[in-house]
Design a protein around this ligand. Structure first.
Ligand code: ATP
Ligand code: MG
Length: 740
């Protein structure tokens, strides 16, 4: 077992996996195997230190990362033990504690979770009602950063009447907290804050925790640091892995300081550094290293490449953003063909500084027939048709959730106008009733609004009430695991949702209906996952709230949706290989054989609204270090000269250019052999190479263009595909841009 666990690890990694140190920091650059080491350490501690997996907590940064970690652990410790681990994001772990023990601090059993769009809607309504001038998104992020620093409403400094802006903010914050409470909702920040409250008041809840492990520690904030201390209060066994150079959540109040603070709080902390990089071609590493080293405030670090030099990264300018997107698509096509089966579409990622940049890229990929998936952009669960069904489920799960009920009260239209809705809300506020209770009373004739609802809309609302009530009753007799998908069926049928979509979305109702069907499949599949995943180990003397079957399963299903901010929409049952389009932020911890980073110009990166240039540089560093074999940066020439110049000189100054190529990779035999060795994949045979190329010459004309007409193997691949020449890095940048 031991040999198997430690197989293939280098000496420093082994030392980290087997270290007896109770508090361990593994600090290392990207691709050095931090996550791998963390995973092996979990397995090692279970196997050799006899830890009970039910009492081991593993925190990852994204849901995708936690899924991957589960998979790896399944391989190392087996399904049975893996399923027992408490593994997830900080938010999902906190949610579990609050579900189990929240009653101890007065959190209602059936609390819902407000996702960021709920929060924004609540804030918008408050601003409208109070006729304030504060910008809703700004208010939301201010509230959130306030909470992320562990501060409550009471901590806000009292301000004089003169500070209108601050006064407004305080008013919104206050109303926002009240609205959440009325709807029995916790927002993302509350999940963490309330869990801190719980564990401070009842440390017994974590008395059984034997070890805590945290990935991507450099991005933890003050509240998460506090949580770490509380979760580990009984065991004082913590392993964290991280890399200060990859800290990219400063805007969300993450604190690199936490590394130092941790050492101060646990003087017994042992630090292990890893140096070898197992991810990237050394050409990619050199470039990334030169970029990050422009930050003179960081301690110098060694980073050893274990892979061959490979192909030089490419910096490519294109005439405009549209051509930039089209060029990327054509390169993906060219590379897939030229690599003769060595590269699939799923090996490519396009990493964006801002989600909006995906529009042109998506269009270009779609028009080239390249399948793709989006990560961190519009999520599957944000699509309107999915959102509606989910809001119905949320209402069924807990009808007092005003936010969910408001979202469905007039969808599909029940001819209840804005004014009527406002009056219903007011009635509720006056009587301290939820909207749901108000509507129930109205349709039963127990309550009459000043301005009576029209007969037809009252009739419609009665049907809505019946639907919710019927669904709740039916749940009691449902097999818990079947509840979510059965309820979706029920909602879809009774709303005649298919017809609704048909009428409302003439052009793409079929796609939307497909999405709804996909939701049903998703609902029936999620629950095939380990059922005890949501159960914490029982602790003597502290009562957990009993689970109540289908209701509990539905609540869990909905919480997973809300917390899955980084789950992509590729779970559409169709597992053909797809190019990934992701924001750089969501790409953390992941790797791809081929990476494109478009829009490398001032205003995009560094972003015009970012005030921390160092963080922007780290962002570029994170993006570059996702690449295993091939890396390409692009920028459109339509940006103003200032923008181009300052971005390129800031982040990619001339001294860096020696590591950059002007022309896309030549797919000669050496390139292919290098890629295969970096990816540890078998070399495609000459036969495969020829076959993949032959298959194309007859068909697709776009690819025909890439293929030499004289029958030689791949000379055209050496030429830029649209005739545009690249900056001449030998000349001063200003001159080059002027010439372009
Ligand atoms: P990041 O900072 O980007 O999160 P990381 O330090 O967590 O990177 P991992 O994702 O754990 O790095 O590892 C990077 C890649 O290197 C993975 O594909 C992993 O399987 C591989 N790897 C790690 N250690 C070794 C090793 N000793 N031998 C071979 N491959 C390794
Ligand atoms: Mg990692």
């Amino acid at each position: 077992m031991e040999a198997q666990l430690l197989d293939g690890l280098n000496a420093a990694q082994r030392a980290a996996v087997t270290s007896p140190a109770p508090v361990l920091q593994v600090l290392a650059p990207p691709g050095s195997g931090k996550t791998k080491t963390l995973t092996c350490r979990v397995a090692y501690q279970i196997a050799h230190h006899g830890l009970n997996p039910q009492n081991v907590i593993c925190c990852t940064f994204t849901i995708k990362a936690s899924r991957e970690m589960r998979e790896r652990l399944r391989g190392l410790v087996g399904c049975e033990l893996e399923a027992k681990l408490v593994l997830g994001t900080f938010h999902s772990i906190c949610r579990r504690y609050l579900v189990a023990y929240g009653h101890l601090i007065g959190i209602p059993k059936a609390f819902g979770i407000a996702d960021s769009s709920d929060s924004l809607n609540i804030i918008k309504r408050i601003i409208k009602r109070l006729k304030l001038s504060i910008e809703p998104k700004a208010a939301r992020s201010k509230i959130s950063s306030h909470k992320a620093r562990g501060k409550t409403l009471e901590d806000l400094p009292k301000t004089s009447q003169k500070h209108v802006e601050k006064q407004e903010f305080i008013a919104v914050f206050h109303e926002y907290e009240t609205a959440l409470a009325t709807s029995k909702l916790l927002d993302y920040d509350d999940l963490l804050l309330r869990c801190v409250d719980l564990l401070r008041a009842y440390p017994g809840c974590v008395s059984n925790v034997e070890a805590l492990l945290i990935d991507e520690f450099q991005d933890t904030n003050v509240v998460q640091f506090e949580l770490m201390k509380l979760l580990a209060s009984a065991s004082r066994r913590i392993t964290i892995v991280g890399d200060p150079d990859q800290s990219i959540y400063g805007f969300r109040s993450a604190e690199i300081e936490n590394l130092r603070r941790m050492k101060a709080f646990y003087p017994e902390t042992v630090v292990i550094n890893l140096e070898e990089n197992y991810r990237s071609a050394s050409s990619v590493l050199r470039l990334a290293q030169d970029v990050i080293e422009q930050d003179t405030n960081r301690p110098p670090k060694r980073l050893k490449a274990t892979h061959c030099h490979g192909t030089k990264p490419v910096l490519r300018r294109l005439p405009n953003p549209n051509e930039e997107a089209l060029w990327i698509a054509s390169e993906i096509k060219r590379m897939t063909v030229m690599a003769g089966g060595l590269l699939l579409h799923s090996d490519f990622a396009i990493l964006l500084r801002s989600a909006f940049l995906s529009l042109l890229i998506e269009k270009a990929l779609a028009s080239s027939g390249i399948p793709y998936r989006m990560v961190g952009g519009q999520r599957f669960f944000d699509r309107i048709e999915i959102r509606i069904i989910v809001d119905y489920l949320r209402t069924i799960s807990h009808p007092d959730n005003n936010q969910a009920f408001l979202a469905i009260i007039n969808v599909p239209s029940r001819k209840v106008g804005e004014a009527s809705i406002a009056e219903l809300i007011k009635l509720g506020e006056e009587r301290n009733l939820s909207l749901w209770t108000v509507v129930q009373k109205i349709v039963c004739g127990d309550l009459t609004p000043e301005k009576k609802l029209s007969k037809p809309s009252e009739q419609e609302l009665r049907r809505l009430v019946t639907l919710i009530k019927t669904a709740r009753q039916k749940m009691d007799s449902m097999m818990p695991a079947a509840a979510p998908s059965k309820l979706i069926d029920l909602v879809v049928k009774s709303l005649d949702f298919e017809n609704y979509l048909k009428k409302k979305y003439k052009d793409d109702h079929e796609d939307r209906l497909e999405n709804v069907k996909e939701l049903v499949t998703h609902a029936s599949e999620v629950l095939l996952q380990p059922s005890n995943e949501d159960q914490l180990a029982q602790i003597d003397g502290i009562e957990q709230q009993p689970s109540d079957g289908a209701h509990e399963v539905l609540a869990q299903f909905l919480a997973n949706i809300v917390l899955s901010t980084n789950v992509n929409n590729s779970e559409d049952g169709n597992d053909k290989p797809r190019v990934t389009i992701s924001t750089i932020h969501s790409s953390k911890g992941l790797e791809w054989p081929v990476v494109f980073i478009p829009a490398v110009y001032e205003g995009s990166i560094p972003h015009s609204r970012a005030d921390d240039t160092d963080e922007e540089r780290r962002l570029l560093y994170v993006a570059m270090t996702r690449a295993q074999a091939l890396l390409t940066l692009t920028f459109p020439l339509t940006q103003s000269r200032d923008q181009l110049e300052s971005s390129l000189t800031q982040f990619l100054p001339p001294k860096v250019h020696r590591h950059l190529a002007q022309v896309g990779p030549l797919f000669n035999d050496k390139t292919i052999a290098d890629i295969a060795s970096i990816l540890r994949r078998p070399l495609p045979s000459q036969e495969d190479l020829v076959k993949s190329l032959e298959g194309i010459t007859g068909g697709d004309s776009q690819i025909d263009d890439l293929w030499p007409s004289d029958g030689s193997r791949r000379p055209l691949a050496m030429l830029p595909t649209n005739g545009q020449m690249l900056p001449d890095f030998g000349r001063p940048l200003g001159e080059v841009l002027a010439a372009g």
